[in-house]
Structures are given as structure tokens and as C-alpha cells.
Ligand binder design. Structure first.
Ligand code: CA
Length: 244
């Protein structure tokens, strides 16, 4: 068994990293728990699964923005899980964890539909950087900065500005705004927001979303997020300059 060394990360500035929802499927308890907590400290909502059967189920039924998948798993091995997801058209980016120097694992992982791989042991910083890149690529953004009219959001620093002026958002407001900005121009339902922004333990009352949207509008302008009656919300580049 390969043990992984987890490097401690120092947080000099409050990070509001991507914010999105990640599934980790890893049977080694220490590694799984440490990864979960590090990703959570970086602003992600994280579910941890410790075997292939449960991991496959979560990936098939919940919506994730990215998955970290160990290959050596009890019940169903990682490669099989990945193949099953791809057959079910689950297209989230998957980063596969391979045993050290296992060249055949890497090839097999990529063949089965993995988007990236990382050999154990690895630096947590590298895992986070790769996840960030995968999520950006999957949402069609190549820069760490997302914009919508006068609103700019930097996924690396977690900073949000309105017409160049810094705006303070709470962690939950940031998560919601970031998700909408990653899906600019699309209608996003409340259910989708709840599923992507919060982990399984969160109070999933959909009124909570409405409260966050109202607060974001107060801070960034009433027309930054459009309510699509009966469908959800959308965030677009305004045709004219936004007035708040
Ligand atoms: Ca394993």
C-alpha cells in the first residue's frame, strides 16, 4: 500500500477558491479525510466516499463539478467506476490517483475517460491546482478571472470587484455568485445551485438561495442576477452598463 504524504498548506490570505462541489473516492482513511478538509479549507463543498460502490452511486446521482478518484478501491475498482460513469454520460472532470510510477495505471485511467492523473504521493497544492484547471476547462474558462459586465471574480484569490472596487461577500454568497459566473448565460435552477454549492449536510431549504441572491443583488446591483420565473436564475453580460 502506498501511503501519501500530505503537505501542510499555509493560508496567508482568506482563500475563496472555486467554491464548487467535489467528490473524493478514496479508501485510505487518513488520506481521504485530509484531502476533504484541505479542499474544504479552499472553499469547495466536498463529499467523501470510501469504496467504489458508494462512490459510483454518488457520482451517478449527485452533481459534481469534479471528482478525485483513487483506482485501488474496495467493492468496485476505480477504473470500472469511471467507465460506468462515462457510459452513463456523467461528464464531470475526473482526476485519477494512481500508485506511484504505475505507468500502466495512468494509461488505463486516461483510456477509461480520466481528464488528468496524479501519482501518489503528491503535494496537496498540486492536486488543488490541477482540480482548479480541470474545472475551468470544463466550464470553458481558461483564465482564473470570470467577468460579467462590471463584476469581476478571481477564482484564484477569491476577490470580487464591482467596477474595480472590491466587494466583500460571505463564503456562501461567493459560492453562489461563482457558480453562476462559471455558467454565465445559462439558466441555473435552484436545485442545481443547492446541489452544486452545498455538501450533503447543508440545510437544503431553497429559500436560503433566494436570501443569498437578494444579498448579492444588494452588494453588486439589482440586475446582476436575473430571476427566471419558475426556472431559476441566470447571470449575463448586461447589454448596457449596469446601474445599481
Ligand atoms: Ca486505494
Amino acid at each position: 500500500m502506498t501511503l501519501c504524504r500530505i503537505e501542510p498548506i499555509s493560508f496567508e490570505t482568506p482563500k475563496g477558491e472555486p467554491d464548487l462541489r467535489i467528490l473524493i473516492v478514496e479508501d485510505e482513511p487518513t488520506l481521504g479525510t485530509q484531502l476533504k478538509s484541505t479542499l474544504e479549507q479552499n472553499g469547495y463543498a466536498v463529499d467523501l466516499s470510501v469504496d467504489g460502490e458508494d462512490g459510483h452511486f454518488l457520482g451517478s446521482t449527485e452533481d459534481y463539478d469534479a471528482v478525485v478518484l483513487d483506482l485501488g478501491l474496495p467493492e468496485i475498482d476505480g477504473l470500472t467506476v469511471l467507465g460506468m460513469w462515462r457510459k452513463e454520460n456523467r461528464n464531470f472532470p475526473v482526476l485519477v490517483l494512481t500508485a506511484r510510477d504505475s505507468w500502466s495505471d495512468k494509461v488505463a485511467g486516461l483510456d477509461a475517460g480520466a481528464d488528468d492523473y496524479l501519482a501518489k504521493p503528491f503535494q496537496t497544492e498540486e492536486l488543488i491546482a490541477r482540480l482548479r484547471a480541470l474545472i475551468r476547462r470544463a466550464s470553458g474558462n481558461t483564465s482564473s478571472e470570470l467577468t460579467a459586465g462590471p463584476v469581476r471574480l478571481d477564482t484564484r484569490s477569491g476577490r470580487v470587484t464591482l467596477a474595480g472596487e472590491p466587494v466583500k461577500l460571505t463564503a456562501q454568497e461567493y459560492k453562489l455568485l461563482s457558480y453562476l459566473m462559471h455558467h454565465k448565460g445559462k439558466v441555473v435552477s435552484r436545485t442545481e445551485l443547492i446541489e452544486h454549492i452545498y455538501d450533503q449536510d447543508f440545510d437544503r431549504d431553497s429559500n436560503t438561495i433566494e436570501v443569498f441572491v437578494t444579498r448579492i443583488r444588494k452588494k453588486l446591483g439589482a440586475d446582476v442576477i436575473t430571476t427566471i420565473r419558475g426556472l431559476g436564475y441566470s447571470l449575463d453580460d448586461p447589454a448596457e452598463p449596469t446601474r445599481s
